[in-house]
Design a protein around this ligand. Structure first.
Ligand code: FES
Ligand code: FES
Length: 160
């Protein structure tokens, strides 16, 4: 602990960081304002909308209500980590192909929640997808296109 805050070491998308953070600094603020990873969106900023969802040790969390000081040794993944070598990941591409992105504000949060789901359960039922998305709000799509994008990805991955 220093006068200004606490030093915390953690990784984001596989890159190691060591930062000094204040006691009230949220992971959302650290990502957007200090690491310039602005793919993670700030919506309600009170843990209700899911726009700020990232993965911490493979579990989806609302980064707007998680203190960065609690992340010592943890592994964070954000939407920026889903694409590589300039190519979108399969779930990102499926969102585009199925019209699952309209205003796009909710999209990073949906992608991270669904990434965690598919890593744990590569063939979720429609009910399991809807259940996983309980904490993510989309005001544009009506959710149907998002469910269809997940179905397309799972069908692709299970094709013989
Ligand atoms: S911005 Fe974090 S849940 Fe809405
Ligand atoms: S695409 Fe606009 S809120 Fe979901």
């Amino acid at each position: 602990m220093t006068v200004n805050g606490v030093a915390v070491a953690f990784s984001v998308n596989g890159v190691a960081h060591r930062l000094e953070v204040g006691p009230g600094e949220t992971l959302l603020r650290t990502l957007r304002e200090r690491l310039r990873l602005t793919g993670t969106k700030d919506g309600c900023v009170e843990g209700e909308c899911g726009a700020c969802t990232v993965l911490v040790d493979d579990r989806p969390v609302d980064s707007c209500i998680l203190l960065t000081a609690a992340l010592e040794g943890r592994q964070v993944r954000t939407v920026e980590g889903l694409s590589g070598d300039g190519a979108l990941g399969p779930l990102q591409q499926a969102f585009i192909d199925h019209g699952s992105v309209q205003c796009g504000f909710c999209t990073p949060g949906f992608l991270m929640t669904l990434t965690a789901l598919l890593e744990e359960n590569p063939s979720p039922s429609s009910f399991e997808v809807r259940e996983a998305l309980d904490g993510n709000i989309c005001r544009c799509t009506g959710y149907r296109q998002i469910i269809e994008a997940v179905a397309a990805v799972t069908a692709e991955s299970t094709r013989p």
